[in-house]
Design a protein. Structure first.
Length: 295
């Protein structure tokens, strides 16, 4: 019996992620339902496609062979569907974007809200993720990154105005520890430091008159969540260096004070990036046209 195309698509998603859980999230199915569908596909084909353990999923030789044939075929089907949708006077389809927290909150979110209002037939799937992933392998139409992390084979479109970091602290904290005049004045001072989910803790960077200074904070609090870090800074737990847009409101109302302003230079804002292809998905094409009109 010829397998159902939908089940082949489910298998391809699991094979791409090497994970039933991640594939289930993308496909909006329960993990158990997805596992049963793939197992039924294996029974119809009479061959095992996946090796399953409690911690991992890997492809058998038969699975590797099937995936190699399915990948270009499914891509051609997606292209044909998007080509048909592109002929409609009203763009439709789904736009899948992967983006980091700063890019979403400070730039992308308001753009998407306006875009969706203008294109009611387009659905948006936005995954907020601060790790650097392969958007093509993960099934996204586009991603958002800052310039230093852009791959050369990607097409990049600026999303917004330049940004900068701001070093802030509560007035009560500055009254006790003093106001720094240069980066070296931060040595030994309590700081609130960001940590990525992978464990990396970035240094703070300051620049003035062509001189760049890197500073390793003496972290009293290490945290992955921006709201928690801002609350901690307002409570007087230490200096915080973050995107200026995140702390604009508490600086304006006096809960935080910006220091070393002349050591914080602007840098290009985030970019929307996507893989070069002959047929751009309808949702992404409409969003690119929306961005051009906004510029």
């Amino acid at each position: 019996m010829t397998p159902d195309l939908a089940d082949l698509t489910l298998f391809a998603s699991v094979a791409r992620y090497r994970s039933f859980r991640r594939a289930a999230v993308e496909l909006r199915l329960s993990t158990s339902s997805l596992s049963e569908r793939v197992r039924a596909l294996e029974e119809r084909l009479g061959v095992r496609l996946l090796n399953r353990t409690t911690r991992s999923v890997s492809l058998t030789a038969a699975g590797e062979s099937l995936l190699a044939g399915l990948t270009p075929a499914l891509s051609e089907i997606d292209t044909a569907v998007e080509r048909a949708r592109a002929l409609s006077d009203t763009p439709s389809g789904t736009l899948r974007i992967n983006a980091p927290t700063p890019g979403v909150r400070l730039t992308l979110a308001p753009l998407l809200i306006d875009f969706m209002a203008a294109h009611p037939r387009i659905k948006v799937e936005l995954v907020v993720d601060n790790s650097l992933i392969d958007i093509v392998a993960a099934g996204f139409d586009a991603g958002v990154r800052y310039g230093e992390h852009l791959a050369r084979d990607m097409i990049a479109v600026p999303l917004g105005a330049p940004q900068r970091f701001a070093l802030v602290a509560a007035p009560s904290f500055l009254a006790t520890h003093g106001t720094p005049r240069k980066p070296d004045d931060l040595i030994g001072a309590p700081c609130i430091q960001h940590q990525f989910l992978g464990g990396a803790r970035p240094d703070w960077e300051f620049e003035r008159d062509g001189t760049v200074t890197h500073f390793r904070p003496d972290a009293r609090l290490v945290c992955t969540d921006i709201e928690t870090k801002i609350d901690a800074a307002i409570a007087g737990l230490g200096f915080l260096s973050t995107f200026e847009g995140f702390v604009r409101a508490p600086v304006e109302d006096g809960r935080l004070v910006e220091v070393l302003r002349d050591w914080q230079q602007e840098f290009p804002g985030p970019f929307l990036y996507y893989a070069s292809r002959r047929q751009i998905p309808a949702g992404l094409k409409a969003f690119l046209e929306f961005l051009r009109a906004r510029r």
